[in-house]
Design a protein around this ligand. Sequence first.
Ligand SMILES: C[S@@+](CC[C@H](N)C(=O)[O-])C[C@H]1O[C@@H](n2cnc3c(N)ncnc32)[C@H](O)[C@@H]1O
Length: 183
Amino acid sequence: MNQQEWEQHYLDKTQDELQPPDTLLTENQKLLTGGTALDIAMGSGRNALFLAECGYRVTGIDRAESAVQLAHTTAQKRSLEINAVTADMLSFDLGIEQFDLVANFYYLERELIPCIKESLKPKGLVFFETFTSLGISHDDPRYRKFLIDPNELITLFSDFFIMYYFERVKGSKAVASMIAKKV
Ligand SMILES: C[S@@+](CC[C@H](N)C(=O)[O-])C[C@H]1O[C@@H](n2cnc3c(N)ncnc32)[C@H](O)[C@@H]1O
């Protein structure tokens, strides 16, 4: 979807329709020991809010103003605090050794990966889940660049300790999930 479509997507949503946090986070809650967290392209904040509930000081970024607004009002309603920022990930400075955890769910921008690595503190964790190219039958390059190839994610993070990696294909959707630690 383009930016305008994402804006409309979140304008059409209410707080009650928020998706639950991703199971990669909820099923690995024992790893969520608090500190600083960044949620890349957070959407309306399902994961950012969960991380805040787990005790993280969370910065969540999305380019869609309507998404950030929804995250902000939901946080207020749940008495949670998140730093919800409207910005383009490609021009946002992630900083150096700022975060104990970076969450990247269903958003793929390969050029951000070195910045994600740099922004993590030593021993910091990255939780990454996104669609893989196995899920599409057509080869449209406009879509392909947003899809990770099989095994590509672990290759991109080969200098990290891979704590968990799984790829699955279910119907027309294929997903890669990874938890990796900066060494
Ligand atoms: C599929 S949604 C994923 C949202 C969230 N990570 C989740 O898993 O629920 C993709 C999000 O990426 C955001 N997005 C797309 N391009 C972006 C960019 N360049 N900078 C920041 N956000 C962007 C969209 O606005 C949208 O909210």
